[in-house]
Design a protein around this ligand. Sequence first.
Ligand code: NYM
Length: 212
Amino acid sequence: MACKRGALIVLEGVDKAGKTTQCHKLVQALQRSGRPAEMMRFPDRTTTIGQLISAYLEKKSDLEDHTVHLLFSANRWELVPLMKKKLEQGITLVVDRYAFSGAAFTSAKPGFSLDWCMKPDMGLPKPDVVMFLQLSPTEAALRGQFGEERYENSVFQRAVLQKFEQLMKDPSVNWKVIDASQNVEDVHMNIKNHSLKAITTAESQPLGELWQ
Ligand code: NYM
């Protein structure tokens, strides 16, 4: 009998919401409970495309806005065969950012519609659950200074948050809003509960296609 597929679990949110910490904790908790799980993150800066994106984010290079948007999308597509293989092997993937960051960040730039920004990612493996770590811009600011990378300023982050709010109105995606202002352990328990449900549901459902 073919093994049950793993779940595709995505964590999204504005910067400082605690996505990376929570992804690590979730993978550890799943592994400890005997469920195969691995973490992925986008952008994946290790590939050739990812290195172009990384240089752009670190302001070591300039790229035209449409071009960099398509590179972020290409960076997801290039990992699709690996993602599908792992999911088919029964491995649950916990992903730090996905196409939702792609659409939210670019559409927060002047002259970009959300609709155009979503198009290149249509048909990607569809997450079984997308957890949005919600934190007000005021609380995010209390968590410390932004770094030096592109997009790391409060004005832009507020625009990004509005775009995420638009994306979350889409009922074709299984969104869960998580209150990220709670302490790390409470946020973790919340995320773990949603993830366990998604893992059970995924076992009996084929992997879907995003935004179609
Ligand atoms: N970002 C991330 C995009 O602009 N488009 C995308 O498709 C993705 C996945 O890159 N500011 C932005 C959001 C972040 C930055 O930062 C990646 P980090 O710390 O590697 O998650």
